[in-house]
Ligand binder design. Structure first.
Ligand code: NDP
Length: 451
């Protein structure tokens, strides 16, 4: 049977764009539908603008630290409008680059919302197109809990476009997005209260990292409440009144819910044609990203495996090479390094201590909690933390966790070592870079023994 396209990709985010580009370079005739802006969550309303805001917010601390190094910095003021305008300009530039990538790779782009009509037909607007393969790469959307007054709250999507920088902000949630935005608003001078419903933020991370980061962000001024949640929101003439589940009432100018994300499959028509979804709406896929309909695949956040851009890109590549190339293979989800752009940053790869104990039984723990060199002159109280988890039997390092300046940059290279199954002896044989935070990774010698 002759189709209009070899591949129709629904969703122009990181996974979809990479899959379409590689498939096209492997000879496939490719089309894509995108209802909003090409670039997806990461480029348009996620990783990229977030990191620009993190840079902006860190200056306040840098100005303070500068005095100890001999600088006289006049009282600094900040323009939120300038920051947002410059950020928007950069996002437009990246959006254009993504369009060029599609153009240069002969990927035909349809602007509009696509639905799946049958296993080989996609509808965009009132037009139908046929394709041998369909790739679902529709990403995810913030989930807002249902509570009275939730219409007065924002998600991360709106946080990037606020007209004014709020003086007081409540952030609800304890995951990546909550922690990052709490740090951004705090650095930019807002009074920040963070509400987390559980025992400690960053659930699932190594528990030392959870506690260490919680202490650090509190030192920087974030008022963190654990076992706390918002129950209702009321808008008055001058502020938002947020009633907590214990009855306390807080006044604020903005309340941001970073309470998780949901895969975008609603109304796509997938279930009707036999594509099975998980309970949360994610597309069920094999390690090769194939859905329960064999010519329909899915990559990225819509599959709810690991919701990270580089993982979506990797899944998109693996899909293209499996279906259109001669290198069939599964996406690899082991030892994926990641970072939380909190202040200070968290970098992590491999297992937490709890998960390592469960998997390997006996593990050796090495950790160090220290004052970074920069603080020696400033008198600042920020500390750094490095932890190594080693499988006692094989001596292989199975987890590395860092909290401190540039942890994201450091953990990338450590990820290579874990991918190579490096042993603690090989870490020890590596000469440190002095003076640096990263040298702790290769100089830790004493096993940590719990008191
Ligand atoms: P997460 O799932 O990481 O965190 C959601 C948080 O909200 C959790 O603390 C959760 O609590 C809490 N929560 C969930 N529902 C409610 C509720 N009804 N009321 C109160 N609290 C609630 O989601 P995020 O939105 O932070 O991020 C989504 C994903 O995006 C991340 O998992 C990550 O993969 C990716 N991401 C990566 C970044 C990076 O690489 N730097 C940056 C941003 C996002 P509990 O712990 O109790 O479940």
């Amino acid at each position: 049977m002759k189709f209009d396209y070899d591949l129709f990709v629904i969703g122009g985010g990181s996974g979809g764009v990479r899959a379409s580009r590689i498939s096209s370079s492997l000879g496939a005739k490719v089309a894509m539908a995108e209802e909003f802006r090409v670039g997806g969550t990461c480029v348009i309303r996620g990783c990229v603008p977030k990191k620009l805001l993190v840079y902006a917010s860190h200056f306040s601390e840098d100005f303070e630290d500068a005095a100890a190094y001999g600088w006289t910095v006049p009282k600094a003021t900040h323009s939120w409008k300038t920051l947002i305008a410059n950020k928007d300009k950069e996002i437009d530039r990246l959006n254009n680059i993504y369009h060029s990538i599609l153009d240069n790779n002969n990927v035909e782009l349809f602007r509009g919302r696509a639905t799946v009509v049958d296993r080989n037909t996609v509808k965009v607007g009132d037009k139908e197109y046929t394709a041998k393969y369909i790739l679902i790469a529709t990403g995810g959307t913030p989930v807002m809990p249902e509570l009275p007054g939730i219409e007065h709250a924002i998600s991360s999507n709106e946080a990037f476009h606020l007209d004014e920088m709020p003086k007081r902000v409540i952030v609800v949630g304890g995951g990546y997005i909550a922690v990052e935005f709490a740090g951004i608003f705090n650095g930019l001078g807002a009074e920040v209260t963070q509400l987390y419903r559980g025992t400690q933020i960053l659930r699932g991370f190594d528990s030392d990292v959870q506690h260490f980061l919680a202490a650090e962000i509190q030192k920087k001024g974030i008022d963190l409440h654990t076992h706390a949640n918002a129950a209702s929101i009321e808008k008055t003439n001058s502020c938002l009144k947020v009633t907590l589940d214990d009855g306390d009432v807080l006044e604020t100018d903005a309340i941001l819910f970073a309470t998780g994300r949901r895969p975008n499959t609603k109304g796509l028509g997938l279930e009707a044609i036999g594509v099975e979804l998980k309970e949360n709406g994610a597309v069920k896929v094999t390690p090769q990203s194939q859905s329960t309909v064999d010519n329909i695949y899915a990559v990225g956040d819509v599959t709810d495996r690991i919701a990270l851009t580089p993982v979506a890109i990797h899944e998109g590549m693996a899909f293209a090479e499996t279906v259109f190339g001669d290198r069939p293979g599964a996406a690899d989800h082991e030892n994926v390094p990641s970072a939380v752009f909190s202040q200070p940053q968290v970098g992590t790869v491999g297992l937490s201590e709890a998960d390592a104990r469960e998997k390997y039984g006996k593990v050796d723990i090495y950790k160090s909690d220290f004052r970074p060199m920069k603080q020696t002159l400033t008198g600042g109280t920020e500390r750094a933390f490095v932890k190594l988890i080693v499988d006692a039997k094989s001596d292989i390092v199975v987890g590395v966790h860092i909290v401190g300046a540039d942890a994201a940059e450091i953990i990338q290279s450590v990820g290579i070592a874990l991918k190579c199954k490096a042993t603690k002896a090989q870490f020890d044989a590596t000469i440190g870079v002095h003076p640096s935070l990263a040298e702790e990774i290769v100089t830790l010698r004493e096993k940590f023994v719990a008191a």
